[in-house]
Write a protein of this length. Structure first.
Length: 217
């Protein structure tokens, strides 16, 4: 069952946000890395002004190779620790590990202005997750499901993937891959992460202008 907890914001609400308001949002996302991945970047040709058209957005929710699942969150000036696991992330794991050990700490440090953005994946919508967010008085920002290209964390995954792929020698087993991901996550320059977050007003304006993802929230 899915919760009806409504303490949430839609991206449309944020169209007129100031940089100070965006600084209160923790953007989160999960992704998968495998030993076979040399580069996680895919380039497509597109005409000007159609960046967020549906056909130009990659829905990265299918993975065929064995690897590890990672979750991370970013906020202006900081980031969460990287969570790395083998296997799928259930709603129970999401609650016990992600919300309790990471998100709740950021909420406590930032206070009532804290806003949490996740990717609307199925485990995140379970009752147990929404009840946890409600009990901690955490405001959730709704976001289109399977739309990682609109999430600044996706670009951080690209940075992380390039850093891991550039390691010499590269990881050859899952424990090495895990250690490399944890190390390189901590070394992604914070100013590059901040630049992505400060670009959110333009990103939301582009999505709204092109009619992608904001309608219906």
């Amino acid at each position: 069952m899915h919760s009806t907890y409504c303490n949430s914001l839609s991206p449309a609400v944020s169209l007129e946000w100031t940089p100070q308001q965006w600084a209160c949002v923790t953007f989160s996302h999960k992704s998968r890395f495998s030993l076979q991945s040399v580069s996680r970047r895919t380039f497509i040709r597109r005409a000007p002004g159609i960046r967020y058209h549906h056909e130009n957005i990659i829905e990265r929710h299918r993975y065929g190779a064995a690897g590890v699942l990672v979750w991370g969150g970013i906020i202006l000036g900081s980031r969460t620790d990287l969570h790395v696991q083998i296997g799928t992330m259930t709603s129970q794991v999401y609650w016990d590990v992600i919300l309790e050990q990471h998100v709740r700490l950021f909420r406590g440090a930032m206070g009532a202005q804290f806003v949490f953005m996740d990717d609307n994946a199925h485990p995140h919508l379970a009752n147990i997750v929404s009840e946890c967010l409600q009990s901690e008085d955490i405001t959730r920002m709704n976001w289109p499901a399977f739309s990682p290209d609109w999430n600044p964390v996706q670009h951080v995954w690209d940075m992380l993937g390039r850093r891991v792929a550039a390691r010499q020698p590269p990881p050859t087993c899952l424990p090495e891959l895990r250690r490399a991901l944890l190390f390189e996550w901590c070394n992604v320059p914070q100013d590059q992460i901040d630049h992505l977050i400060l670009g959110m007003p333009r990103r939301c304006t582009d999505m709204h202008r092109e009619g992608q993802g904001l309608a219906g929230f």
